[in-house]
Structures are given as structure tokens and as C-alpha cells.
Ligand binder design. Structure first.
Ligand code: GDP
Ligand code: MG
Length: 177
């Protein structure tokens, strides 16, 4: 429907996707609690999901954000994880080339399993670690443009662009046709 029909009481399932170690759990913790907890979270436990409300132009948008629980290998994030997702944050790590190279495979899987109209945003995380950067911002932008998805660099450590990324998702959910 139109933005006029937007139902602010509905929870919008949003999922975090990307290779193990790119910072999915850290990003969600930063968004939820405004802090960075150094060190890896248990890959097998994850934190399940978190409900967060963001306000877009005076309207509340409820996000239910799901973190993977160690299912990051291809073909093991199941159809069920993607099925009801209305939005998806796809992460790579700017200091890890393979996590960037795997984005195409993730997108293939997403196109196979997710809803056709799922809102996608590509994030290059760990932007604070500039001395170990191996993926240039332009490379992220180019890939995002190729797939027609918005792109941002984030830092789960400093909080850079973390709220902005979720806000962009919420805005898209509210205003898409
Ligand atoms: P996940 O496997 O994708 O959930 O990744 P984690 O959130 O467990 O993070 C993996 C590792 O990267 C941990 O050691 C985190 O502390 C670290 N990390 C995550 N995000 C960032 C970030 O933005 N900057 C820096 N410097 N380290 C990060
Ligand atoms: Mg994790």
C-alpha cells in the first residue's frame, strides 16, 4: 500500500546476513545497546532477535532484527530465515577480501530464497580499521550499484552509520510502494 496505509503496529522482520566474523552481532548490539563489546560473540549462539522502534517522519517503525546463529555458511542459512524477512542488511568486512567476494554468492542466495520485494542494504563494516582496509569504498559502491541496492560503510565499534543504516531500512519499509 501507500505510506498512508503504513501500519506502525506491525513488526518488520529484518535479518542480518554475511560471512562469519564480519560484525553482524556486534552491529546489532551497537544498535540495540549503543555499545561495542570487543571479542567474538559465540558463533553458535548469536543473540536471536531484538525488537527496536525507530521513528521515521514522526511515525514509529517496529523492526524485529534477527541475527544468524552460526549458520553463515552458504546453503545452511535456511529458507525459513529468509522467508518472512521484509528487510535485510548484508554485511562484509572492509578488512577481509573474501567476505566482500562472497557478497555475490549471498545475493544469489537472497534472490533465491527471500521475498521478491525484500528491502536490501549493503554494509561495509569495520570502517574504523582504516590501516587494515583492503576493500575501497568505491568497490562497495560499484557492487551496490550493480545490484541496485543502497550502500554504506559502518563501524560497530565506533557506531558510525549504525543508526543511519537501520533508519534507512525503516524509511524504505515505510515509503516503498
Ligand atoms: P559475526 O560473526 O558477523 O556476528 O561477527 P561478530 O559481531 O562476532 O564480530 C567478529 C569480530 O569482529 C569480533 O572480534 C568483533 O569485536 C569484531 N568487530 C565487529 N565489528 C567491528 C567493527 O566495526 N570494528 C572493529 N574494529 N571490530 C569489529
Ligand atoms: Mg554473530
Amino acid at each position: 500500500g501507500t505510506s498512508r496505509d503504513f501500519n506502525e503496529h506491525v513488526l518488520h522482520k529484518t535479518i542480518l546476513v554475511g560471512d562469519s566474523g564480519v560484525g553482524k552481532t556486534s552491529l546489532l548490539v551497537q544498535f540495540d545497546q549503543g555499545k561495542f563489546i570487543p571479542g567474538s560473540f559465540s558463533a553458535t549462539v548469536g543473540i536471536g532477535f531484538t525488537n527496536k522502534v525507530v521513528t521515521v517522519d514522526g511515525v514509529r517503525v517496529k523492526l524485529q532484527i534477527w541475527d544468524t546463529a552460526g549458520q553463515e555458511r552458504f546453503r545452511s542459512v535456511t529458507h525459513a530465515y529468509y522467508r518472512d524477512a521484509q528487510a535485510l542488511l548484508l554485511l562484509y568486512d572492509i578488512t577481509n577480501k573474501s567476505s566482500f567476494d562472497n557478497i555475490r554468492a549471498w545475493l544469489t542466495e537472497i534472490h533465491e530464497y527471500a521475498q521478491r520485494d525484500v528491502v536490501i542494504m549493503l554494509l561495509g563494516n569495520k570502517a574504523d580499521v582504516s590501516n587494515e582496509r583492503v576493500i575501497r569504498s568505491e568497490d562497495g559502491e560499484t557492487l551496490a550499484r550493480e545490484y541496485g541496492v543502497p550502500f554504506m560503510e559502518t563501524s560497530a565499534k565506533t557506531g558510525m552509520n549504525v543508526e543511519l543504516a537501520f533508519l534507512a531500512i525503516a524509511k524504505e519499509l515505510k515509503y516503498r510502494a
